[in-house]
Design a binder for this molecule. Structure first.
Ligand SMILES: Cc1cc2nc3c(=O)[nH]c(=O)nc-3n(C[C@H](O)[C@H](O)[C@H](O)COP(=O)(O)OP(=O)(O)OC[C@H]3O[C@@H](n4cnc5c(N)ncnc54)[C@H](O)[C@@H]3O)c2cc1C
Length: 217
């Protein structure tokens, strides 16, 4: 939870930590809701300003909730890419998985910029580029504008586009999935995963996929 003081009271919202856990600083990636109570103000903060951060992070997008696997699919829409900005910059992910596919779908092409710059930063990083080389695959797509990739993630799975790009259908034996997006996106992809025979994991009972909502509607 991060936020600002508002009329002497804390105004806090849930956020995903976008920086990897080996970093000294915390990074967040935020929407700007024009009349949003928090983000209408948060977007104007300057270097040196103070924000509030609750001390205890919680969340379900953690490796401990996943069984060991070979391919990791990170499926996101909009700001749902934020937790995966942490995952793809965490050296551990390249030890745990042979292939990592970052799927990021947005309505408009401009919204894909953060993910494109992020993946570029991994390939530009002296240390990470060696680990990520040939393993990290970025699949950005737009749903409301022309782009090299279009359409929703569930459609990519159902019509075989993902299998073609990732060299094989999703299977419970080798594949692990992390999903972050709107409630509607989570519901849809949860059903798709279950249909494919994947079980939702938790810390106490690791499984083949985990979900986290990027915002409460
Ligand atoms: C578990 C969790 C993790 C989250 N992680 C992030 C994150 O990493 N980055 C981030 O920007 N937001 C994230 N959010 C959303 C965030 O908590 C706030 O909703 C957002 O900061 C807007 O706050 P607000 O007070 O300005 O507007 P709010 O009153 O909170 O939201 C106003 C409306 O804007 C829409 N909205 C809010 N957030 C988003 C969003 N991220 N994408 C699209 N539409 C949205 C919704 O329709 C909402 O009803 C997360 C939410 C949850 C529950």
């Amino acid at each position: 939870m991060i936020g600002l003081m508002n009329d002497n009271k804390p105004l806090l919202r849930a956020y995903s930590i976008a920086s990897p856990n080996c970093e000294e600083h915390l990074e967040f990636y935020s929407i700007k809701v024009p009349d949003g109570p928090l983000t209408s103000r948060l977007q104007n903060i300057q270097a040196g300003d103070h924000i509030l951060i609750r001390p205890k992070p919680v969340g379900t997008l953690v490796f401990d909730a996943l069984l060991p696997g070979k391919r990791l699919f990170l499926m996101s829409t909009g700001t749902g890419i934020a937790p995966f900005a942490s995952v793809i910059r965490d050296p551990e992910v390249y030890e745990k998985f042979d292939q990592i596919y970052l799927l990021h779908t947005c309505r408009e092409v401009e919204e894909l910029r953060y993910g494109i710059d992020l993946v570029q930063s991994v390939h530009d990083n002296e240390f990470l580029r060696v680990l990520a080389n040939g393993k990290l695959h970025h699949l950005p797509a737009a749903t409301r504008e022309d782009y090299k990739n279009t359409g929703r993630i569930d459609a990519w799975i159902k019509d075989g586009r993902l299998a073609k790009l990732a060299d094989g259908d999703l299977t419970p034996e080798i594949d692990r999935v992390m999903i972050c997006g709107s409630m509607a996106m989570l519901e849809t992809l949860k059903e798709v995963c279950k249909t494919l025979g994947l079980d939702e994991g938790s810390n106490s009972m690791p499984g083949q996929f985990v979900i986290e909502k990027a915002f409460a509607e």
